[in-house]
Design a protein around this ligand. Structure first.
Ligand code: SAH
Ligand code: SF4
Ligand code: F3S
Length: 435
């Protein structure tokens, strides 16, 4: 047998890219590749890229600059660009970075095995199609190799919402849902490989319509799988939270008490300019309904500050929304102008104004995050242990609220759900003792 070829894949952006990267590794496994953890060791490097903000896209070109140095020494090294920058820029990437051998978009990576053969012959393939065929049906089964007890599973891709700031509808295309039977089958394959918690993924996961009863219908079906103990989903749009899904938070034991529900702004004027199609009051009302079903729900969100036209009062409305809702954590972003999106045409805010707002919002969010963590001290939570910790004898995992928890415990508890009493709250994690 010949030596396996070595693949290094670097993932940027959202969890959907994490999932896609796993599947790309599995796909290239068929061509004799095994994954390695540095580009220096690799025969092929794939960058699975993100286009959401300017910085994200620029990182790719600086990484390609570093890879060029390796390729100068080892001209055999093959370099591929996948993901959302690949989709957005296609052929242009090769013009700007001639070291690149292949470009593949998020909808066509099932064709990677053929593309890999083409680059071995010196070709430079570019594939950013939105093909007719379903890529998932052309991908290998999920690998049964040893994996951690948690996994992502993409159920829906693309977005039809066209928020005024966002590139995703252009890079990922229109909303498409995978058929429910195939998702159930993939979930079973993951459970057979030792997975106990699955996070269902989609750019707008709660717009899932591959089940007659929507995402809630799919969750109930997955909840039937023996050995699957925890279900989560992300990312949701407030307008797609239907009654069945809200109810599931109160009735489905396997659905974890955690929800990421981006709102972006607390100002009605800005929400409208962003084309989010709901008001702040509608968001408050929705949160009230979900919390009525699940009072201990840990809620997180995404915010953009410095959107074109955002006044001090608009920003104050965002701060007010955050104070009223009380989030367990949140991501805060400074608005980044994306060419081709409607908001890019509007007069932009001065950078220092946006920075000041970003710091103020981050400070408030951090305070709320600490408060949510501190409130866990003294409580008992269920922790799914995932791996060994940094200190000897320590194991780490996630609580049902998705807090990182570490405890002293036997290695045999890795992969198991244990009751843990929280004894201490640190900046980024909780310390507990097994009960
Ligand atoms: N589909 C999800 C989010 C996808 S992008 C949703 O609807 O919420 C993840 C986050 O990146 C968004 O929630 C938004 O807060 C942020 N984001 C998207 N485009 C951005 C831009 N142009 N500038 C700054 N942040 C942006
Ligand atoms: Fe982007 Fe809006 Fe779609 Fe989310 S809902 S992916 S922010 S366009
Ligand atoms: Fe980035 Fe594409 Fe995800 S732009 S956030 S990797 S969908």
């Amino acid at each position: 047998m010949s030596e396996p070829k070595k693949l290094f894949i670097k993932t940027y952006g959202c969890q959907m890219n994490v999932y896609d990267s796993e599947r790309m590794v599995e796909a290239l496994g068929g061509n004799g590749y095994v994954e390695v953890d540095s580009p220096e060791q690799a025969d092929m490097v794939l960058l699975n890229t993100c286009h959401i903000r300017e910085k994200a896209a620029e990182k790719v070109y600086s990484e390609l600059g570093r890879l060029k140095l390796i390729k100068d020494e080892r001209p055999d090294l093959k370099i591929g660009v996948a993901g959302c920058v690949a989709q957005a820029e296609g052929q242009e990437i090769m013009a700007r970075a001639p070291v690149v051998d292949l470009v593949v978009g998020p909808q066509s990576y099932h064709r990677l095995p053929e593309m890999e053969k083409a680059i071995q012959k010196g070709e430079k393939p570019v594939d950013t199609d939105f093909p007719e065929e379903d890529k998932f049906e052309h991908l290998n089964k999920r690998a049964r190799t040893l994996r951690g007890p948690t996994a992502f599973l993409t159920v829906q891709e693309g977005c039809d919402k066209f928020c005024a700031f966002c590139v995703v509808p252009y890079t990922r295309g229109a909303e498409v849902s995978r058929p429910k039977d195939r998702i159930v089958r993939e979930a079973q394959e993951l459970v057979d490989a030792g997975v106990r918690e699955i996070t269902l993924l989609g750019q707008n996961v709660n717009a899932y319509h591959g089940h007659e009863k929507g995402l809630a219908g799919l969750i109930w079906e997955l909840a039937e799988i023996d050995g699957l103990d925890r279900i989560r989903f992300t990312t949701s749009h407030p307008n797609d939270m239907d009654d069945a899904l809200v109810d599931a938070f109160g009735t489905c034991e396997k659905l974890m008490p955690y929800l990421h529900l981006p709102v972006q702004s607390g100002s009605d004027k800005i929400l409208k300019a962003m084309n989010r199609k709901h008001t702040r009051d509608q968001y408050f009302h929705l949160i009230d309904r979900i919390r009525a079903k699940r009072p201990d729900l840990l809620l997180t969100s995404d915010f953009i500050v410095g959107f074109p036209g955002e006044t001090d009062q608009d920003f104050e409305d965002t701060m007010d929304l955050v104070r009223r809702v009380e989030f367990g954590a949140s991501f805060t972003f400074k608005y980044s102008t994306r060419p081709g999106t409607p908001a890019a045409e509007k007069p932009q805010l001065p950078d220092d104004v946006a920075n000041e707002r970003l710091y103020a919002l981050q400070a408030l969010i951090t305070k709320q995050q600490r408060a949510a963590q501190d409130s866990m001290v003294g409580r008992e939570v269920e922790v799914l242990f995932e791996k060994k910790g940094r200190l000897p004898g320590q194991i780490v995992g996630k609580s049902n609220y998705l807090h990182a928890v570490h405890a002293v415990g036997p290695e045999s508890d890795i992969g198991q759900i244990r009751r843990v009493k929280i004894v201490e709250s640190g900046p980024n994690s909780l310390a507990g003792v097994l009960v």
